[in-house]
Design a binder for this molecule. Structure first.
Ligand SMILES: NC(=O)C1=CN([C@@H]2O[C@H](COP(=O)(O)OP(=O)(O)OC[C@H]3O[C@@H](n4cnc5c(N)ncnc54)[C@H](O)[C@@H]3O)[C@@H](O)[C@H]2O)C=CC1
Ligand SMILES: NCC(=O)COP(=O)(O)O
Length: 323
């Protein structure tokens, strides 16, 4: 199998240590290639620089293969340094190049601190999702967070809540539903996906008494896609669609904004959730959490979500025949 590339993420966060812990767990199972400055890895970790992905597969059983870059100043846990910003961005871009060339099977990204990238390198994107879409030259990508118990998709992502109603267009919602359905079939092996659609407003608008987006936009779009054969359920009240009984009725939930989607999944399974970008011409996953500055460098970080993200990336690569 071709290695899964892992971009380092924010060096002052927990990214390097959870990658190291993930390598310890997966070393006999999935070859890895870490992209970053090896001075940021935990001291006791066996690692070795390589010049390309082809050297990583054999090495990965005994040491973490590293495609090394010099980020300049050393990292201080918990204190992000804008001087590292370009190195962090370059590691993501290296990962994309390696996956697009076929040298790596998938990309798994460790968490970034968006503010440090903006301050240090004028990073023009609110997150990986939008940066990866730009690198890939695609207009529409979808963020899905997935764990064993739930898959959620925020239709709008990193924008202020006040902008959600205007950004929530039928076109955006339709593209989100189509990309999600395609991915459920292709990457998750679900032949006839059942997709729940959340309302935007309390009680899904209460028949127009608490908001009109459900009647004016969401329901008509659902009816049109239903005529095409899509199995769509809703618009559902967001407050009652995530308990266990409700979750049994769908394979993924499309939500209208970031917190509507991410609060339930991070509450149900913070350590097992995986962030996966759908609609890219390559595979990208990530842990569902952030940089966790408060515990960085202390050996306290739980690597479970990183491990789940790498496993999901490898499984998706296998499903696509890209191993
Ligand atoms: N994919 C990415 O690049 C993501 C990046 N972020 C970034 O991370 C930064 C911090 O965001 P926060 O909202 O504070 O979320 P966070 O996920 O970093 O931390 C939230 C809480 O969970 C704990 N936590 C997180 N991961 C943990 C782990 N693996 N083991 C044990 N405890 C863990 C933290 O210590 C903290 O108490 C922000 O700059 C944000 O933009 C956040 C989410 C995803
Ligand atoms: N809240 C999820 C998050 O910030 C992940 O964003 P991305 O970096 O994967 O686009």
């Amino acid at each position: 199998m071709k290695p899964v590339a892992i971009s380092c993420g924010e060096p002052a966060g927990i990214g390097p240590e959870i990658a190291a812990r993930a390598w310890e767990k997966l070393r006999g199972e999935i070859p890895l290639l870490w992209l970053g400055d090896p001075r940021h890895l935990p001291e006791a970790l066996p690692w070795q620089t390589v010049s390309g992905a082809s050297e990583a597969a054999d090495l990965s059983g005994t040491a973490l293969p590293v495609l090394a870059r010099d980020f300049g100043p050393p990292a201080v846990p918990g204190r992000p340094d804008p001087a590292h910003a370009q190195g962090v961005i370059d590691a993501i871009r290296d990962g994309v190049d390696l996956v697009r060339s076929g040298d790596c099977s998938a990309l798994c990204t460790a968490p970034i601190h968006k503010a440090a990238l903006i301050d240090g390198a004028n990073f023009a994107y609110p997150g990986h999702t939008e940066y990866l879409a730009a690198l890939a030259g695609v207009d529409e990508v979808v963020m899905m967070l997935a764990c064993d118990a739930l898959r959620v998709v925020p239709a709008t992502i990193h924008i202020p809540l006040s902008q959600v109603p205007e950004r929530l267009t039928p076109e955006l919602l339709e593209a989100t539903i189509r990309i999600t359905r395609d991915a459920l079939i292709r990457d998750f092996g679900i032949e006839a996906p059942r997709i729940a659609i959340a309302g935007l407003n309390p009680h899904a608008g209460e028949d127009g008494k608490m908001g009109h987006e459900e009647i004016a936009m969401i329901a008509p779009l659902m009816a049109r896609l239903g005529d095409e054969g899509f199995d769509l359920r809703g618009p559902m009240s967001a407050d009652t669609m995530f308990h266990a009984g409700a979750r049994a009725g769908y394979d993924a939930a499309i939500c209208m904004y970031h917190d509507q989607a991410l609060i339930p999944i991070k509450t149900i399974d913070f350590s097992g959730g995986v962030n996966v970008t759908l609609g890219l011409p390559f595979i990208r996953t990530s842990p569902d959490h952030g940089t966790a500055f408060g515990i960085a460098g202390q050996g306290l970080a739980d690597p479970s979500s990183m491990i789940a993200a790498i496993r999901m990336a490898a499984d998706m690569a296998q499903a696509r025949g890209a191993r």
